[in-house]
Design a protein around this ligand. Structure first.
Ligand SMILES: C[S@@+](CC[C@H](N)C(=O)[O-])C[C@H]1O[C@@H](n2cnc3c(N)ncnc32)[C@H](O)[C@@H]1O
Length: 226
């Protein structure tokens, strides 16, 4: 699959949000990201009541920019995401890659539909493939196909927190040496802290990786395969 984002000079402008500037983002992608970010901020402010099953629970804006810069620096082509929700993080990832694709896994059909509509609005549907179903089942079938051995440059783990250690172990053989696994919610919300600390401790004892917790957004664990 080919993902080429052509930004005509006339369409280039900065993207301003909460004192953060992102230059060179396509106008349609900008609109979708800003609208999703507004929804996410409203959700987090608790100014609106959103039914639990409809929460975006998205990464923060600065985390999106951070991943985008990281992927561009790595010249990442093959990206995997566990936990799409409405596609905010997926769009940040997809905007960074050229000549590659993002596979994103989501169990909830309503969220998949919302994400698909957002990818279409952003003009990125051609380089994002949504895998429906439970992450464990999808990862099992990806793993047993043998097709994804050492395949991914970058993986974002952002689904059910209880299964993070399992997802980490399942994706490690699928990521190339020098590839990065990012795990969201290392420091926030506090209800996950105990689980995340246990995960951080076990990753630090894994001789196949080097890892650090970055204090950005909700706290990102960045783990490089060595
Ligand atoms: C934190 S949200 C993802 C947010 C998204 N990465 C973003 O930043 O925009 C987690 C998502 O994972 C999905 N999810 C939770 N458990 C899952 C599972 N076992 N398999 C697949 N998806 C799952 C939820 O439905 C939810 O949409």
């Amino acid at each position: 699959m080919l993902c080429v984002i052509d930004i005509p000079a006339a369409g280039r402008k900065h993207l301003l949000n909460n004192h953060l500037f992102v230059y060179g983002v396509d106008r349609e992608i900008e609109r979708v990201l800003q609208s999703l970010d507004e929804t996410s901020r409203l959700e987090n402010s608790r100014a609106v009541t959103v039914p639990a099953g409809e929460l975006m629970s998205a990464i923060t804006w600065d985390t999106g920019v951070f991943f985008n810069i990281l992927l561009r620096g790595m010249r990442a082509k093959n990206v995997l995401e566990i936990g799409t929700s409405t596609g905010f993080s997926t769009i940040w990832l997809a905007e960074a890659i050229h000549d590659g694709s993002v596979i994103t896994i989501e169990a909830d059909s309503k969220k998949r539909s919302r994400a698909q509509a957002n990818f279409k609005k952003a003009g990125l549907e051609g380089c994002i493939k949504i895998q429906s179903g439970d992450a464990q089942d999808v990862l099992n079938s990806m793993s047993s196909s043998g097709e994804y051995n050492l395949f991914f440059d970058f993986v974002l783990i952002d689904a059910d927190k209880e299964n993070i250690p399992l997802y980490f172990d399942m994706v490690l053989p699928m990521i190339r040496v020098g590839g990065i696994i990012a795990t969201d919610n290392m420091t926030y919300p506090k209800k996950f802290t105990h689980m995340m600390e246990r995960f951080a401790k076990s990753v630090r004892q894994n001789p196949r990786v080097r890892t650090v917790t970055i204090p950005i957004g909700n706290g990102e664990e960045l783990t490089i395969k060595i």
